[in-house]
Design a protein around this ligand. Sequence first.
Ligand SMILES: [Mg+2]
Length: 175
Amino acid sequence: MSLFKPTWLVQAVYGLTAARLKEQGIRAVFCDLDNTLLVWNNPDGSAELRDWLAAMHDADITVMVVSNNNAKRVGRALEKLDLPFVARAMKPLPIGINKAVNYLGLAKQECVMVGDQLLTDVAAGNLAGVRTILVQPLIESDAWNTSINRFLEKFVFMTLGGKKHLHYSEDLNGK
Ligand SMILES: [Mg+2]
């Protein structure tokens, strides 16, 4: 089950501060698109998200989207935010994350993968050898997943300890 175990659990991607990321030596945040960075009904992103992206930019931390969606869909979703991305990442395979690491020319210890799904985002990050952050989905929706995936997701979450042992903090804790 360690394949699905995130390094950290954080409430939302915009809770991550440059100070705590830098403490961990992180220079690039790879971010899942759907329900991690954006929700389908708000392609502009929330004010919190835009403030967070500006703060990352000021701190010289790269935010790069790593999505399983195709380039057309991802490009369109990110039009307003102007972020670099890897599409068709094939998560849970590590292919897309490795591409992003190579593209930026960073060491794996300098990168972290953030996403709302253990079965794809966290597994892909762990397989790629980067640290991982599980966030809560921005909204509960059925569009993002099949019910079987959802079921497996819950099962894995319970196996890792469930809500009692895993709780989402606001920012990176000291681990
Ligand atoms: Mg997602």
